[in-house]
Design a binder for this molecule. Structure first.
Ligand code: GRF
Length: 205
């Protein structure tokens, strides 16, 4: 097994999860390397973060491609060049089709700011507050072609306070995201994730 797992991080915006991954890599806390950052948004702060760390980045928009197949083909061509072993979706606002998901079968993970299967899709923290739950959190899961659906790797719960706003709850959840996403990457690197149907068993080291 290689000493490090080669990552592509897909991000559309702020990129704080990307930053957390980079920081964990640079501190030697996980055996991983971000080989390339891919975004669909030219203004994504994630692209600046990549640049700050001399990590190659590319911006590709579906609008510049005739259809989703062509878009995903371009992404795959790019990722192949970097011999990516694990694709990490960290706030990437595009839905991947079966074509991409099959190409990287069981090699794509996503972070979502709720305890799935509750509150899929956008504004998960607001959905949780509107519903009135007392506990929410975040989930890292393998990606399949359905939104926020694949087998769950790790979850972390966060208590919802009476006076929480979307902002305050999001901040507390984000803090946990920054821990469980790198943790999931390390478990993947150590080949400790065993998928059995919908369940991911975490093997002992
Ligand atoms: C995070 O809350 C993540 O769970 C969701 O999108 C947000 C991205 O934040 N999928 P950032 O760009 O990593 O700061």
């Amino acid at each position: 097994m290689n000493n490090t797992v080669t990552l592509a991080v897909l991000a559309s915006g702020r990129g704080s999860n990307l930053q957390s991954i980079i920081d964990h890599c640079e501190a030697g806390k996980i055996d991983a390397e971000v080989a390339v950052v891919l975004s669909d948004n030219p203004d994504a702060q994630a692209l600046e973060r990549a640049e700050n760390h001399d990590i190659p980045s590319r911006c590709m928009s579906p609008d510049d491609h005739p259809n989703s197949r062509a878009y995903e083909k371009s992404m795959i061509e790019c990722l192949d060049r970097y011999q990516v072993e694990l694709v990490v979706m960290a706030g990437f606002m595009q839905v991947l089709t079966k074509y991409f998901v099959d190409y990287y079968a069981n090699q794509i993970i996503n972070i979502h700011p709720s305890l799935l299967p509750a509150f899929k899709g956008k504004n998960a923290q607001k959905q949780a507050l509107d519903y009135g739950v007392k506990v929410s959190g975040c989930t890292v899961h393998f990606v399949d072609e359905k939104i926020d659906h694949g087998p769950i790797i790790l979850q972390k719960s966060v208590s919802v306070k009476d006076d929480d706003t979307e902002e305050s709850l999001s901040q507390r959840i984000l803090k946990q995201e920054h821990q469980i996403l790198p943790r999931a990457i390390q478990l993947y690197k150590e080949d400790r994730l065993e998928i059995s149907g919908r369940t991911v068993h975490i093997r002992e080291p």
